[in-house]
Each structure stands twice: as structure tokens, then as C-alpha cells.
Design a protein around this ligand. Structure first.
Ligand code: ADP
Ligand code: ZN
Length: 427
């Protein structure tokens, strides 16, 4: 429907592409990557065994341990002279992941990012301020590459540097802001503080890289005067940012099923969850050359969104990323996800979107403290009652007690990268 970058494929056409891509990927990995060849041989599999999409379920999994074993160039499947770039992950959990790219990989990625700008409603007249990390990280490179390929004007500011950030925002009249959710909040509060709202011409935000709450999003949308904002997903292992984007219908994230296959599996049994249930995202790339992924366990949790999207795009959807399986903390034998804490806090309009969980151990016993902030402009008078109410709500929904401390608005740390919500001081 007049899209320059977004594909419009029927279910049959999509399946055909997926099967061709799967066959190619398996053959390529088997022939050129000893680690994959070994895995296949151990299971008695040969590339020719993949005859239909159902055969995906017979293939071995790839995990973050495989990336570690192959460090620094894991899963390399091309001669080194074909590698034109490497990127590394931010290392949120454990050792940094380094991934290699061929020129074709870079081109695929820039096409993915261009789809994101298109889906977010950008035109070539948009001015796109990119406030994410450049260099080793995939974020800056991906947003910029895609923006230029799409044909809009790139304003590559990078992360932090609030003075320059705000100056470019106002002077160049950026219309689109690309950042983490945390950075969007930081910028929004800065714009507010400096009374620059009237100078800001932003229309939309494209934000991602970390889970966000509706509350956090409402706050930066309001302060920046955004007409709309779009959650972008991605990971270094699968090129970088731009593996999918929320559309204007805001009912899930469209993902590029012609470029990778997404399975949602039960992390325990590694079998598909029931339709619509939450599970681990497992991805298989369909045309990735330098480091192909076969059933890569991302540890990210989400669910598939069924049915057709109101926006009319014929590309499947998953829900926003609800967290990572390795985000889970165990407090006194109870499993807790930071997202559950955020969900409880979201019910209290008296609080801001920010929080921090602090875990300590005293005489062999775990204690969980949750630091929260008063919403902007609220007086401190009712702190004690508020802390008590939040503590009770938390106990009810998490089944574990927490000492809640209400702090001044803006007292919790703000960051231009991904927020660190859990401080585990237990060892
Ligand atoms: P890491 O953070 O593991 O070092 P990356 O920098 O590649 O690695 O970040 C990718 C990870 O960030 C994803 O696996 C996912 O956990 C998280 N992530 C990316 N985009 C989003 C998003 N829009 N919402 C929630 N989490 C996200
Ligand atoms: Zn849609």
C-alpha cells in the first residue's frame, strides 16, 4: 500500500520466503561454521533434512553460552575478509557480546531500520535526533544508517550532553526523537526545567532498548508534546535496533518475519507455548551472513498478538518485551520480576514512573527495599501513608514484603542509557 520499505506479503508468500531463508541459513551455517556443524552432527542432522518450516522444531538451539565460547567472533560463518564491521552489546547481563557483519548484513539492517521510520510515519522532511550510544553499540549506527537510507535528516547527537541535546532540539527543530525510554524522560524533564516546551517541534518519539511503563511513556509524551511514540525492539545478536516496531494502532510490535522467524517457547520445556501465552523469544535469522542465528534463545519474554492489525500491515506482531528471564530475582524463595513492581507502582498516581529495588541480606535473611518518588509537584505530607499503601499493594501482588521509601521527585538517578532498576547487595 504505497510503502517504500515495508513489505506486503500474503501468508503463503511469507511462508515461502521463510522456508527458502531457513534452508539457506542451515546450509550456510553447516558449511561455514564449525560450531554449528558440530551441533548438527551431534543430532544426526544434515542441511537436507530441512524440507518444511515444521522442521525448524528439530534444529538445535543456540544460546548466549555459544556466543561466549566463540568470543570474540562467535558463530563466524564467513571468511574474515568479508567482515566489514563488528558491534558489541551493552553487556547488561554478563560478558559483552561481539557480533560480526558483512556488507549484506549492514544493508539488511539499514532496510529494517528504514521500515521502522516508515512505520512511525516519518517522511523525508523529518529531522531525526538520535540520542543513543555511538561506537561499539549498535544503537547509534543502526538509527543513523536507517535514517539516511530512509532519506530523512539525521541529527546524530549521541547520548547524554543535555546542553547540546536541548540546543539542537530547539535550534534545528527536530521532529523525531530516538532514544531509550530513560533518556526520553531525562530530556523531557530537562525541556520542562528550562521552560523550552514552546520551542520544541517534536512530533514523535521512537524509544526502546529497555522495558518502560505506560506511566513513564505518558510523562515524556506529555512533557515533550509528542503526538505519538513508538516502542522499537532489537538486539545486537540480530543486527541491532529495528527488528520490529509498534505501529500507530499501538496493539503490539510488528516484526520482520521475512527476515527472521520468531518462536515463543516455554523456557522450561522448550516447546511452543499456547497461542497468546508468555514465553521466551527464540529467533532464527533468514539471511544473516556473518553470524547466522539458529533458534537463538534471547531470554526476552513476550507473547504473540493474534489476528489482523487495525493498521492494515500484513506483518505478524508480538507484545512489547515484558522483561528478560534473567531479570528475575528470588527473594525469600519467591520469584519477582522488576516489571511486576513497576506494574504496582503504576496504580499510584501519587508516584512518578521511577523506582529502584535494593536487595540486602542480614543474618541469612533477604530484605527487599523499593525506593519510589513522589509525582512532580506533590507535597511530602502524606509520605508515610503512601509508603504503607504501596507496601500493602506490593505484598498482595508479589507475595513478598518490601520496605517502601518515598523520595522527592527527581531524587532517583536518571540515565541516558538503560536504567538500572535492581541493586543486589546480597553477596
Ligand atoms: P544487552 O543489553 O544484553 O547488553 P543489547 O544492547 O543488544 O544487549 O540490548 C538488547 C536487549 O535489550 C534485548 O535483548 C532486550 O532485553 C532489551 N530491549 C531492547 N529493546 C527493548 C524494548 N523496546 N523493550 C524492552 N526491552 C528491550
Ligand atoms: Zn499495526
Amino acid at each position: 500500500m504505497g510503502h517504500r520499505f515495508l513489505p506486503d506479503l500474503s501468508a503463503d508468500e511469507l511462508a515461502e520466503r521463510q522456508l527458502a531463508g531457513l534452508k539457506w541459513t542451515v546450509g550456510h551455517a553447516f558449511a561455514n561454521c564449525p560450531a554449528y556443524e558440530r551441533k548438527f552432527r551431534e543430532m544426526g542432522l544434515r542441511p537436507g533434512d530441512v524440507k518444511s518450516l515444521d522442521d525448524l522444531a528439530r534444529l538445535p538451539f543456540t544460546s548466549v553460552e555459544d556466543l561466549r565460547e566463540g568470543y570474540p567472533l562467535p558463530l563466524l560463518s564467513v571468511p574474515e575478509e568479508d567482515v566489514v564491521r563488528i558491534h558489541g552489546s551493552s553487556g547488561t547481563t554478563g560478558k559483552r557480546k561481539i557480533l560480526a557483519y558483512t556488507q549484506k548484513d549492514i544493508d539488511t539492517w539499514k532496510g529494517m531500520m528504514a521500515r521502522c521510520y516508515e512505520l512511525a510515519g516519518c517522511t523525508r522532511l523529518d529531522r531525526v535526533q538520535i540520542c543513543v550510544g555511538y561506537g561499539l553499540w549498535t544503537a547509534g549506527a543502526g538509527f543513523q544508517l536507517g535514517c539516511e537510507h530512509f532519506g530523512a535528516m539525521t541529527l546524530p547527537v549521541g547520548p547524554g550532553m543535555l546542553d547540546i541535546q536541548v540546543q539542537i532540539l530547539a535550534d534545528l527543530g527536530a521532529t523525531t526523537l530516538c532514544s531509550t525510554a530513560s533518556m526520553a524522560l531525562l530530556m523531557a524533564e530537562e525541556v520542562e526545567k528550562r521552560g523550552l516546551r514552546g520551542k520544541v517541534r517534536l512530533q514523535r518519539g521512537i524509544f526502546g532498548a529497555e522495558p518502560h511503563t505506560p506511566k513513564m511513556r505518558e510523562r515524556f509524551e506529555e512533557l515533550l508534546g509528542l503526538k505519538d511514540s513508538f516502542d522499537i525492539v532489537g538486539m545486537t545478536e540480530l543486527y541491532g535496533p529495528g527488528t520490529g516496531l509498534e505501529c500507530a494502532a499501538h496493539d503490539g510490535v510488528h516484526y520482520w518475519a521475512d527476515l527472521y522467524i520468531l518462536e515463543i517457547l516455554d523456557p522450561e520445556t522448550l516447546r511452543p507455548v499456547a497461542p497468546g501465552e508468555i514465553g521466551e523469544m527464540v529467533v532464527t535469522s533468514l539471511c544473516k551472513e556473518a553470524a547466522p542465528l539458529i533458534r537463538y534463545r534471547t531470554r526476552d519474554l513476550t507473547r504473540l498478538v493474534e489476528g489482523d492489525c487495525a493498521c492494515g500491515l500484513r506483518l505478524p506482531r508480538h507484545d512489547k518485551i515484558l522483561g528478560r528471564s534473567d531479570d528475575m530475582i528470588i527473594v525469600r524463595g519467591v520469584n519477582v520480576y522488576p516489571g511486576q513492581v513497576a506494574e504496582v507502582l503504576g496504580r499510584f498516581p501519587e508516584l512518578s514512573s521511577e523506582y529502584q529495588i535494593v536487595l540486602t541480606r542480614v543474618e541469612g535473611k533477604d530484605y527487599m527495599a523499593v525506593n519510589v518518588e513522589r509525582a512532580e509537584g506533590r507535597a511530602s505530607g502524606g509520605d508515610e501513608a503512601l509508603a504503607k499503601a504501596v507496601g500493602q499493594a506490593m505484598q498482595k501482588s508479589l507475595l513478598v514484603s518490601a520496605a517502601v521509601k518515598v523520595m522527592d521527585h527527581g531524587e532517583l538517578p536518571r540515565t541516558f542509557a538503560k536504567s538500572r532498576r535492581v541493586l543486589d547487595e546480597r553477596q
